[in-house]
Design a protein around this ligand. Structure first.
Ligand SMILES: *Cc1c(COP(=O)(O)O)cnc(C)c1O
Length: 493
């Protein structure tokens, strides 16, 4: 690189002298103002880094007099330092537009909290609260008590506890109930959930021995029965939430596995517990809103499950959490396990979870109050009207290199829920005009959208970029259209 520079053979000795001293730049009004905002240390360090880089380029003969003067002037340096500090102090966790078509997108943070929950989190963060303090007696409380009663009412279970996420709920349950013992799982349910959660791995980490029964596509009741040994601790069913085995298949329903588990035998006179990992368990029957039915936690308990584990931020629509509900004696053993302390939730989680659970007490108003359900149930006509209004604006921003169409499409619930069912939606399909360079043009557009002040995340398929408008609610639409000018500028430079 340096060899192509005109000055490379002879870095003028006078050049280094043209670099101002740190102190001189720091004394300028612009930098003094920056110091007020970001602190003297940050400004000095950043300025030093910028000057060092310029010095290195001078020594390498990689910069000429003119370029150096342009970059080493006090105004230019102030601008560079400002830009770097702004970037450094800008939050890394940023609001984006999720137009991917997947409502519960794990990489985009899954469920969005309703207002009540947000207010409760703010309150819990800024004022002391009775997290583990029994207001009735003045004694020490148990943080699970904050949600225990609600979860019992909503699921019909005898007791409940909460940990950091559902993976933690499964790990803790297995460790508390099955360490050094065997756990029977159907081969058809040895799932991997995105992000390295695999039932066999969790089982190992929990110290339990996995006993696989049946085959990938078919597992019969007798497979479970024959898998039981004196070392069996429990039978487990895993909701195969993110894929469907279709064709010649058989799985054994919870009621039947529960009967097999509970049957007393010589080795297990009390029978064995059935644990169900429901994954994205929901607390209400979604078919009430025309959505596909997912087994509810209550149904699973009623079917005979002794414990059910599920996520807080999937279909439930709350904060990240892992909920365990079921038999009182088993929950007591789980709560006594030292891992419970390691995996416990913080007050933010509990503050958010409690109001979300309370919304379920009034299911008739749930679709308007619970953000995720509101998104799932948005009528297609709404997204259609939005697409018609946004199409010409986007077309103007993109110019004639792309064609924007308003198209019907299907959203997904996401997070492994209901993999084969989709929600009729509407959105925008953007296609490059020049077929030859379509691939590159799509990448260019996808990148430009991702680099907007509030990044827009779409989906690339069939040489097109698709923007599903289901998750663009009216309150965010102005934010979206305001950025179109930025997009236009980005694509034209
Ligand atoms: C999502 C899921 C998990 C993991 O839950 P997290 O809350 O993401 O930890 C475990 N099991 C099943 C069946 C799931 O669907």
């Amino acid at each position: 690189m340096s060899s192509s520079s005109p000055d490379s053979d002879n870095p003028a000795p006078g050049l280094l002298a043209r670099l101002p001293s740190v102190d001189r730049v720091l004394a300028t009004p612009a930098l003094r103002e920056l110091s007020m905002q970001y602190g003297q240390g940050q400004v000095t360090d950043t300025l030093r880094t910028v000057l060092d880089a310029l010095r290195a380029r001078v020594l390498a003969g990689a910069i000429g007099t003119e370029a150096l003067d342009a970059q080493a002037g006090t105004e230019a340096l102030a601008a560079t330092v400002t830009q770097r500090l702004q970037a450094k102090f800008a939050p890394r966790l940023r609001a984006v537009f999720n137009l991917s078509g997947t409502v519960l997108h794990t990489n985009l943070g899954r469920a969005l909290l309703p207002d009540d929950a947000v207010q409760a989190v703010v309150r819990a963060l800024t004022t002391p609260a009775n997290l583990e303090f029994d207001l009735a007696t003045g004694g020490r409380g148990d943080r699970d008590d904050l949600i225990d009663e609600l979860l019992r009412e909503l699921t019909g279970a005898e007791a409940a506890t909460v940990v950091n996420n559902n993976a933690a709920a499964v790990l803790l349950t297995l460790n508390a109930l099955a360490a050094k013992k065997e756990v029977i799982v159907s081969r058809g349910e040895l799932v991997e959930i995105g992000g390295a959660f695999r039932i066999p791995d969790i089982m190992k980490r929990a110290g339990a021995t996995l006993v696989e029964v049946g085959t990938t596509n078919r597992t019969h009741a007798k497979d479970y029965a024959e898998g039981i040994t004196p070392r069996t601790a429990l039978l487990m069913k895993v909701h195969t939430s993110n894929y469907a085995v279709t064709g010649f298949t058989k799985s054994v329903p919870e009621t039947e596995v529960a009967q097999i588990a509970h049957a007393p035998s010589a080795a297990h006179p009390q029978g064995l517990p059935l644990v169900v990992d429901l994954g994205s368990g929901t607390l209400v029957d979604l078919s009430r809103w025309g959505l596909p039915h997912e087994p509810t936690v209550r149904e699973t308990i009623a079917a005979g499950a002794d414990l059910v584990t599920f996520s807080g931020d999937k279909l439930l629509g709350g904060p990240q959490a892992g909920l365990i509900v079921g038999r009182k004696d088993l929950i007591a053993r789980i709560k006594k396990n030292p891992l419970k302390r390691a995996l416990r939730v913080g007050k933010l989680t509990l503050a958010a979870l409690e109001p979300v659970l309370r919304l379920y007490l009034t299911p008739e108003r749930l679709a308007e109050r619970l953000t995720t359900l509101r998104l799932f149930t948005r009528p297609q006509a709404q997204m259609h009207a939005q697409a018609e209004a946004l199409r010409p604006l986007l077309q103007t921003a993109l110019g004639n290199a792309y064609a924007v169409e308003s198209v019907p499409l299907f959203s997904q619930i996401g997070s492994g829920a209901l993999p084969s069912d989709t929600l009729p939606s509407h959105g925008l399909r953007i296609r490059p005009m020049e077929a030859k360079r379509a691939g590159r043009q799509i990448i260019r557009l996808e990148t430009a959208l991702r680099q907007l002040p509030r990044p827009v995340i779409g989906r690339v398929a069939d040489d097109s970029l698709w923007l599903d408008l289901r998750c663009l609610e009216a309150k965010d639409e102005a934010d979206f259209t305001m950025q179109l000018l930025v997009l236009q500028t980005a694509l034209n430079t």
